[in-house]
Design a protein around this ligand. Structure first.
Ligand code: NAD
Ligand code: MG
Length: 398
């Protein structure tokens, strides 16, 4: 029996992780569930899965949750309790959104366990710290982000890291593919939340519409498969192509020294990569997103429009600066996306806020957890200042 901690169990990744576990209850057991504030949703999950522990991020609803569950299920709060629940499991699927996912990422790797990582923000913001934690004996990081799960699969047959020449990360292009910068000035929250191929939580859906998600994934790919990783490849930011592929069938690719490109293909369904991270090096018995190859279909590829979607190059820039610059980028983006979702700024102000923050980066190296946490909070303050000082800040939105 494999004990699984589902971190962020009430979200899009969390609920789909439980769907996958449902397909093989003799193999996987939910040992813990963690959630931010949605105590009613996690209570319903706990009554169904009977985990040992449920962890909440804050104690606001602790008593309601305790009252809703039998005493055999421990209901706990905070980072130390989260670390304990994560360390007790064999595998943690980290589906927490944003920088808040960092404690679960570190607790899992430092306990020498398998991390199925959907929470890309923790790896991006705390690269050097996470890389150190990855070297803990027994620790293993298997990506859940579909592009990185695809690259992980594409690299499996390779014997010498030096033969990996380039990585191609595919992007659906989001809901605004093909739109000009002028057309993009007026997009609404509802339009930005209407992703053409993936149903996901709100933050990553907005990131997909700006291509910040792709930019974050480029940094994620360098951390996972590039120079700082345990794979010892030379891959850096010049060795990664972003390829717009609107059908979301080819989930990403790796190109080798002999000119061969290997890709992973399936219909878009996150249960596939979640199951991959749970079962690796085995494969799940249940199929998700299997393609019916007897039906004709067309797959297309095109370069991204870097001028209309400046977030992509902002992420490349932050990755090249290194140190805490990716943490600053990611924190400023979280603040800007929240402001957009609350209709306090326009969609095309998201990159302006991120750029304003990134240009003031202080050269921090981010070698320690303290410096990453400090970098994250400085960037959030700078982003709040950038929000307050924007020319239209006193005019509201029309
Ligand atoms: P979501 O908003 O649907 O769910 C987020 C989960 O995190 C919820 O369970 C919520 O309760 C919990 N949470 C929120 N704030 C928290 C806090 N402060 N402390 C602890 N828990 C907190 O998000 P999602 O779409 O499932 O995305 C989760 C992560 O997975 C993100 O990092 C995202 O980039 C990544 N990801 C998601 C998808 C997808 O298809 N949804 C695909 C690839 C990667
Ligand atoms: Mg992805």
């Amino acid at each position: 029996m494999i004990d699984v901690c589902v971190a962020g169990s009430t979200g899009s990744i969390g609920t789909q992780t439980l769907d996958v576990i449902d397909t093989d209850p003799d193999r996987y057991r939910v040992s813990s569930l963690t959630a931010g504030s949605s105590w009613e949703a996690v209570a319903a999950q706990a009554l169904k899965y009977r985990p040992d522990t449920v962890v909440l991020a804050s104690d606001a609803n602790l008593h309601q949750l305790r009252d809703a569950l039998p005493q055999s299920i421990a209901v706990v709060v905070g980072e130390a309790a989260l670390a304990e629940a994560v360390a007790a499991a064999d595998v943690t699927i980290n589906g927490i959104v944003g920088f808040a996912g960092l404690p679960a990422t570190l607790a899992c790797l430092e306990a020498g366990k398998r991390l199925g990582l959907a929470n890309k923000e923790s790896l991006i913001a705390a690269g050097p710290v996470v890389q150190r934690a990855r070297r803990t004996p027994g620790a293993e990081l298997v990506p859940v982000d579909s592009e990185h799960a695809a690259i992980h699969q594409s690299l499996r047959s390779n014997h010498d890291p030096v033969r990996i020449k380039r990585l191609q990360i595919t992007a659906s292009g989001g809901p605004f593919r093909g739109k000009s910068a002028d057309e993009l000035a007026e997009v609404t929250v509802a339009a930005a939340l209407a992703h053409p191929t993936w149903a996901m939580g709100p933050k990553i859906t907005i990131d997909s519409s700006t291509l910040m998600n792709k930019g974050l994934e480029v940094i994620e790919a360098v951390e996972l498969f590039g120079a700082p990783s345990t794979m010892d490849t030379e891959l850096g930011f010049d060795d990664i192509d972003v390829v717009v592929h609107p059908q979301s069938i080819v989930h990403s690719m790796a190109t080798f020294s002999d000119g061969s490109t290997i890709a992973q293909l399936s219909n878009p369904n996150m249960r596939g990569p979640i199951g991959y991270a749970l079962a690796y090096p085995d494969r799940l018995a249940a199929p998700y997103g299997e393609i019916d190859w007897s039906q004709a279909q067309t797959l297309t590829f095109e370069p991204p429009d870097r001028a209309a979607f400046p977030c992509l190059d902002l992420a490349f820039a932050a990755g090249r600066i290194g140190g805490t610059a990716p943490a600053w980028l990611s924190a400023a983006n979280e603040v800007a996306v929240d402001a957009f979702l609350e209709e306090r700024i326009r969609w095309n102000e998201i990159p302006s806020i991120v750029e304003a923050v990134l240009t003031t980066h202080d050269g921090g190296m981010g070698e320690t957890l303290e410096s990453v946490l400090e970098g994250d909070s400085i960037a959030r303050i700078r982003a709040a200042e950038a929000l307050a000082s924007r020319p239209s800040s006193t005019q509201g939105l029309t």
